[in-house]
Design a protein around this ligand. Structure first.
Ligand code: SF4
Length: 196
């Protein structure tokens, strides 16, 4: 979890269960992308060993509202001016053509901003390719609204690496993540089964 001093107090969950405005805008409303499409910030990668276990495909999504100081991919922040709009069918076709991968990781940008498209891709990866599916998010797991499209995606993931990049907690020795506040959460239907 982020150190107390690094968190904006307005992002802390309301103990009365009310929806948190600042947290919500990080994933709601979802990005305005045409049905059946996804906005990507880069080409599909494969054979990656730095974004999760085994050889993995990596899908880079466009759009992020988090604005972390020190972000390495600020060009991914805009939701309309950059990125490549591609059909989900095209993504599936490219994934199907890959050989020797054991999983896929969603990077960004903020993947949870395009949760509907990624939910479809996740189900495809599970059911047709037999891959495990990980995603990064700048949100904190506990603060993702449970009635959102973002949460529906989380419930399908095998692991979520959560939390914003925090420069004061940067650690180059960490596996698969950039700052110490970020956690690798192994999930089963959205429930945390273990944590690294
Ligand atoms: S969540 Fe990730 S992409 Fe978004 S600003 Fe932070 S480091 Fe950059």
């Amino acid at each position: 979890m982020p150190a107390k001093g690094d968190l904006d107090p307005s992002t802390v969950a309301d103990p009365n269960g009310k929806r948190n405005r600042k947290t919500n805008i990080l994933c709601e409303p979802q990005m305005d992308v045409p049905e059946g499409h996804i906005l990507l910030s880069g080409d599909l990668e494969h054979d990656s060993i730095v974004n999760g276990p085994g050889l993995r495909a990596v899908l880079w999504t466009q759009g992020c509202r988090q604005r972390c100081p020190g972000c390495q991919n600020p060009e991914t922040w805009t939701e309309t001016e950059a990125g490549a709009l591609v059909t989900i069918d095209k993504v599936k076709e490219e994934l199907r053509a890959l050989k020797g991968q054991s999983g896929i990781t969603y990077c960004g940008g903020e993947p949870l901003l395009q949760a509907k498209a990624l939910l479809e891709i996740t189900k495809f990866c599970h059911e047709e390719l037999g891959w495990n599916v990980w995603s990064f998010t700048g949100l904190i797991y506990e603060q993702i609204p449970r009635d959102s499209d973002a949460w529906k995606l989380v419930e399908e993931l095998d692991a979520l690496i959560d939390g914003p990049f925090i420069m004061s907690q940067r650690d180059l020795t960490l596996k698969f993540r950039g700052s110490r506040n970020q956690r690798i959460l192994h999930l089963d239907h959205g429930k945390i089964v273990s944590e690294e």
